[in-house]
Structure formats: C-alpha cells, structure tokens
Design a protein around this ligand. Structure first.
Ligand SMILES: [Zn+2]
Length: 388
C-alpha cells in the first residue's frame, strides 16, 4: 500500500514537472502563431531591407521564457531571426499584468491576472509572483542574459552614445542586431514614481503609462473609465522626459493621449498601433492624434496584427502606413510589430522585407520607405535617449 502511494505520488510529481515543462511552450505556440501566409519579398524589397536600418518599436518576446539568443521554432522574434530579417534595432517591451478575458473594449483593473499564472507556471522568482516592479526587473534580467549569451550578436542600447557606436559598428558588420527595453503599462512602478529610478537603472528607456486597464496614472483605451492623464501621470511624463525615457502612448485612452500631448516637450511614440482611418476601433489613433504626434516630431509605429490594421496581410499594414503618411507625413511614421504580444501574424521577423514590398506597392518612394522602416525611429531615439 505504501509503495503504491509512493508510486502514485511519484507519478503526480513527474506529471506536474512534465506539465510545467510543456505548458508554457504550448501556450506560446498557440498565442503567437505565424500563419506563413505571406508572399516572398521581391529582390528590390530584399535589397532595400538589407541596406536600410530597420527598427521595430515593439515586441513582447521577453515574456515567454524562450532563449532568445537561439533560433526558436515558435514565436516571432529571436536574435538569429532578427539578423536574418536585417532588423537593426528591436524594442523589447515588458508586460507585467494582463487582465483575464483581455479585450479591446472594457477590462477591469481588478480582474484576475494571467501574468500571475504565467509567473507561477514558469517558476519566476517568488517576489515576481506579486510585485509588478519585480516582474519588470526580472524581464530586464532576462534581456541582460540574452545579450550575454548572444556572443556580441545583440547589442544593448541605453544611450545616444551606445546607439551611435552601434550604428558605426554595424556599417562594418551587418550580421549583428541591437535592442532596447520598454515597458507596457506604468503599473509596473507598483504605485511609486520613485521606482522609475530602479527601472531606468535596469535599462528601461520607453514606457507607456497604461496597458489594457486604467491605472492611477492614466486611462486605457481598453479600460473601464478611459479617463485622462492624472496628476501622477503628468509627473511620470515629466520625469521620464528628464531622465531620457521615451513616452509611449500605445494603449492610452483618447483623453490620456490628449493629456500627454498637452505637456510633452520631447518627441513621443505610439509604439504599436493602427489608425482609425483604415481600421476604426477604440485602440487606434485618430487623424487628429496622428497630426499632433507628428507636430511633436514623434513617431506613429504601425503594428502587424489583425485587430490593429483590420487584416492579416502585408497590404493591410501598408494601407495603415500610407494613411498615416498622408495625414502626418513620411517623417512621422514607423513600424512596431507587436510580435510575441499574444498576436497571430502572417510572418515572423525574418520577413520584414515583405512589408517593405507592400509599402513600395502603395506608391511610397524608396527614400520614404527607408525613413518609415527605421530612420524616423532612430531620429526619435536620438532626440530622447540620455547622452550616455
Ligand atoms: Zn500592447
């Protein structure tokens, strides 16, 4: 009897271990699916991608626990695939809380949180089970390990000096890529603005005040009340600008975008967005906001997933870019995939040339495509990053 009990206990433990090992992979494979339904890029677009500086302003790849220094068989971004796709710079954005039943309309701040389950199943450190700040710092640590494990293939950008050195290095060695850290939702401060110093110290250089739910700083486009930027939110924006942290209005409610625009003194970004002009939903930017972000020399980075551009193909992405260019000008538009952000896409980061192809097919010049593909993002980062 005792033996049987021991055997049963052993089976339970090994079953639990097997589930813990397999479940995160299955979840990631299901949530970040690549349909593969994308035409091969033309030689012209491939050559343009190879000689351009491609920048992607948003990917949540740090969340899933894959070794990003190696080529993966799931998800959409890792270092080898960035290099294959000629991506020169990737924003690695950190998610710390995701309300259960995530949707684009109304999410309650007190809904059960899926990242807690992910942290438990993936055996994150105990302090990261409850503290959102610790979750962010843990993912910063993951990025640091990826940089170390990459053997020089992934360069970490924390300052203007880093960026300039890297761009110089890349003219001699195109088979490298670079990354910088961002955060989705300043609830990662755990309600204390002083925690901004710790996140800055850990390398964070871009933050959006909100993600899918309202917090004490601002209203979310998918929040319950969709309010504006609060007094704490205004303090956050001012401190971020002083420190050299790029302000991201992705996911912000219309009133919160207004609030940021009213006080911003530096270029700001919408790191992964669509535009109401081609895909009218509450998360996407209005023409008025496109113009006002451009007036601050900011960047509207167009995302690749279906709910952002109302289509799961490169043509829908290009149409959103074209609309943003028509309204805000070619200097104000960029790319922000939202790869690995629990989104299905037609392609992974090896095929960004196909997006350039679609932009050329929309009638944009090669010079404008090069700006949209990355030069505009580089300009915005140079204007906002700390000098060193
Ligand atoms: Zn997002």
């Amino acid at each position: 009897m005792r033996r049987l009990l021991l055997l049963a206990a052993g089976l339970l433990v090994s079953g639990a271990v097997a589930i813990l090992a397999i479940l995160p992979r299955v979840v990631e494979q299901r949530l970040n699916r690549v349909t593969g339904n994308v035409p091969e890029a033309s030689e012209r677009a491939k050559a343009l991608a190879a000689r351009s500086l491609l920048v992607d302003m948003h990917a949540d790849s740090l969340l899933w626990g894959r070794d990003l220094s190696r080529r993966g068989t799931r998800g959409q971004v890792d270092v080898p695939r960035l290099i294959e796709g000629h991506v020169a710079l990737q924003a690695f954005t950190i998610v710390t809380k995701a309300p259960r039943g995530l949707n684009f309309d109304v999410n309650k701040a007190d809904a059960a949180d899926d990242i807690t389950a992910l942290a438990l199943v993936n055996l994150w450190p105990v302090q990261a089970w409850s503290s959102l700040l610790e979750r962010a710092l843990y993912q910063c640590g993951r990025f640091s390990k990826t940089v170390d494990a990459s053997g020089g293939k992934l360069v970490w950008i924390r300052s203007r000096r880093d960026l300039d050195r890297y761009l110089d290095l890349r003219t001699r060695d195109p088979n490298i890529t670079a990354g910088f850290l961002g955060i989705e939702g300043a609830h990662a401060l755990d309600g204390n603005l002083d925690n901004l110093d710790r996140l800055f110290g850990a390398g964070v250089r871009m933050i959006s005040p909100v993600h899918f739910f309202d917090n004490d700083l601002a209203g979310s486009a998918a929040g319950e009340h969709k309010g504006g930027l609060t007094e704490s939110g205004r303090q956050l924006v001012r401190r971020m600008e002083e420190m050299g942290v790029l302000v991201d209005v992705a996911h912000a409610s219309e009133a919160a975008v207004d609030g940021v625009l009213a006080i911003a003194t530096k270029p700001l970004v919408a790191s992964h967005t669509g535009v109401k002009g081609t895909c009218n939903n509450s998360r996407n930017l209005s023409d008025d906001h496109l113009r006002r972000i451009a007036a601050k020399s900011g960047l509207i980075a167009i995302a690749y997933f279906e709910q952002a551009v109302c289509g799961l193909d490169t043509r829908s992405i290009a149409k959103a870019v074209r609309h943003a260019v028509n309204v805000a000008g070619a200097d104000a538009v960029g790319l922000g995939s939202d790869f690995d952000g629990a989104v299905q896409t037609a392609f992974d980061t090896t095929s960004v040339a196909s997006v350039l192809d679609a932009l050329l097919a929309e009638g944009l010049s090669e010079d404008d495509v090069a700006k949209i593909a990355g030069l505009n993002a580089i300009r915005v980062l140079r204007a906002t990053l700390p000098a060193e």
